[in-house]
Write a protein that binds this ligand. Structure first.
Ligand SMILES: CC(=O)SCCNC(=O)CCNC(=O)[C@H](O)C(C)(C)COP(=O)(O)OP(=O)(O)OC[C@H]1O[C@@H](n2cnc3c(N)ncnc32)[C@H](O)[C@@H]1OP(=O)(O)O
Ligand SMILES: N[C@@H](CCO)C(=O)O
Length: 487
């Protein structure tokens, strides 16, 4: 997919005026939310909130001055991309508990004037979302067009739908789950143990000069394996050695994958706070949207359209976890679409498969409407005409359906070539005798999906498109099948 860049961007900061009552019972005051905003100005119904994964931040797109990489979802956010900045206002915030500008354990505790460290209260995904909600309200944004996120971002998207039903019209959940599994918790536990057993951790009260870097690096190395796949590791590294010493195979000689993981660990300690890692992984582990053991029960109050995406080779959040969400939503009659993205990248596929993400998310957020494919200014006929005149118009204009109009141009019926055939057999003369009078119609801004549902439900093959009382177009099942074949 082609698309432009949002260009140079800066992170902004907002201090919440409202204290945040956390799920743990603790209260946080003066919370700072780091955020970035791209595209149109926020207006009623045009704003999309993007939620990041474990180590992400508010810098989702565009370039920060001096950086060598753009924001973490630059491939999907920008003019003409799925999160189209020509159409929408895109907002990304850093979660509370994080370390990229929003209040987290490395922030200064106003009571002690020292970093919170281990005194920072336990936070949950629900708390992260509550902070985003307060932030939006204080920015005078009272509804969202969509909430979109992958991995922990997907958990936030789902939590939004449960916590604030109706606030967001569309919810996109990628490579996520309705709850953290024992395996997620197990990986989280090992990562936390790596940090907490590093002598430099010092019960969480480490100094800026001496952080538990070894522990954090180890935690990231281990976690990063879970973001890859067997297939991607074969392809990326094989059994290659990074460099062979002149002595041949020495104990120090690194495999390519070993060197890669060390690089990931080393670069992670440059950009992430160890205590934040503990708090955020704990928030992920506590995440559980089931109620009385049922995901359907937990999602009962949601009121949005859902797009759920999984990644075929993701073994951390395997497709079955997404399918559980889909089944739960289906079982309670919610509007949900699902696709398993075919990708060899594993869990991080949601950050790498830009083309598929753009196509699937773009189609969901900005679906084709009836206006995009309808026949404009279609031939019509007056209700007082003869059947012969209708047949002649159909042959001349090569159509099988004619909307029938009153003298004032408003719709009063529809006639099809099948009606004409029946009329000949029944020896009728006037159109009024054979046309369908209870004609169904659709508006030009209806989605093709909604229009297709009407055609299917009533077993009909065409719908006049009506705007301001007048017929402005015609939509047929034939056009819909052409579109389905092309997409
Ligand atoms: C919403 C969010 O989750 S935001 C957080 C997302 N970001 C992260 O997870 C940060 C870590 N980044 C990554 O894991 C990756 O960059 C991804 C998943 C985002 C993208 O993956 P890719 O484009 O395939 O990059 P890849 O995983 O190959 O990493 C490239 C880096 O590894 C280095 N590298 C690659 N192979 C090796 C090797 N054998 N030995 C040492 N270093 C290596 C590259 O030099 C490059 O370094 P740089 O980032 O310092 O420039
Ligand atoms: N690699 C991503 C995905 C984790 O789910 C991150 O570190 O945030």
């Amino acid at each position: 997919m082609t698309g432009g860049s949002v260009g140079d961007v800066v992170t902004r900061y907002h201090t919440l005026q409202t204290p945040l009552h956390l799920e743990s019972g603790a209260v946080l005051n003066d919370i700072v939310i780091a955020y970035e905003q791209y595209g149109c100005s926020p207006a009623h119904g045009n704003t999309i909130l993007v939620c990041h994964a474990l180590s992400g931040d508010a810098h989702a797109a565009g370039m920060h001055k001096g950086d060598k990489h753009p924001g973490w979802w630059d491939g999907v956010i920008g003019p003409g991309k799925a999160l189209d900045t020509d159409r929408y206002c895109i907002i990304a915030t850093n979660v509370i508990g994080g370390c990229k500008g929003s209040t987290g354990p490395a922030a200064i505790n106003p009571d002690t004037k020292l970093p919170y460290g281990p005194d920072f209260p336990v936070i949950t995904i629900r708390d992260m979302v509550a902070a985003q909600h307060t932030f939006l309200i204080e920015q005078e944004i009272h509804d969202l067009y969509a909430v979109v996120g992958g991995s922990m971002g997907g958990m936030q998207s789902l939590q939004w739908s449960v916590e604030y039903p109706g606030f967001a019209r569309r919810i996109v959940v990628i490579a996520a789950a309705g709850y953290s599994t024992p395996m997620h918790i197990a990986f989280g536990a090992v990562g936390r143990a790596a940090i907490m057993t590093d002598p430099a951790w010092k019960g969480g009260r480490y100094s800026a000069d001496e952080k538990p870097d070894r522990g954090l690096s180890l935690a990231r190395m281990m976690a990063h394996i879970t973001y890859l796949s067997d297939q991607s590791m074969h392809k990326k590294f094989g059994r290659r050695l990074q460099e062979k010493t002149e002595y041949g195979y020495g104990f120090e000689t690194e495999f390519s994958v070993e060197s890669y993981l060390k690089h990931q660990g080393r670069s992670f300690v440059q950009r992430f706070d160890p205590n934040s890692y503990l708090y955020i992984t704990k928030a992920i582990d506590y995440y559980d949207l089931t109620k009385n053991g049922s995901l359907s029960e937990g999602l009962k109050e949601t009121d949005a359209k859902f797009l759920i995406l999984s990644v075929s080779t993701d073994w951390l959040y395997p497709p079955y976890l997404s399918e559980e969400i889909v089944m739960a939503l289906n079982s309670i009659g919610k509007d949900v679409q699902y696709t398993e993205v075919m990708s060899g990248f594993g869990h991080d596929g949601f950050l790498l498969e830009d083309d598929q993400m753009n196509y699937l998310i773009g189609r969901f957020l900005t679906p084709l409407t009836v206006a995009d494919i309808m026949i404009r200014d279609p031939p019509t006929i007056r209700g007082c005409a003869t059947i012969r005149a209708a047949a002649a118009t159909m042959i001349e204009r090569e159509v099988n359906h004619l909307p029938v109009l009153h003298a004032d141009g408003t719709l009063c019926g529809i006639v099809t070539s099948w009606d004409i055939a029946k009329a000949v057999a029944g020896e009728h003369t006037m159109l009024d005798e054979i046309m369908t009078k209870n004609v169904l119609s659709v508006s030009a801004d209806a989605t093709l999906r909604d229009a297709a549902k009407i055609l299917d439900k009533y077993h009909i093959s065409a719908l006049p498109v009506v705007g301001q009382g007048k017929v402005v177009g015609m939509l047929t099942s034939e056009q819909l099948s052409h579109i389905a074949e092309r997409r």
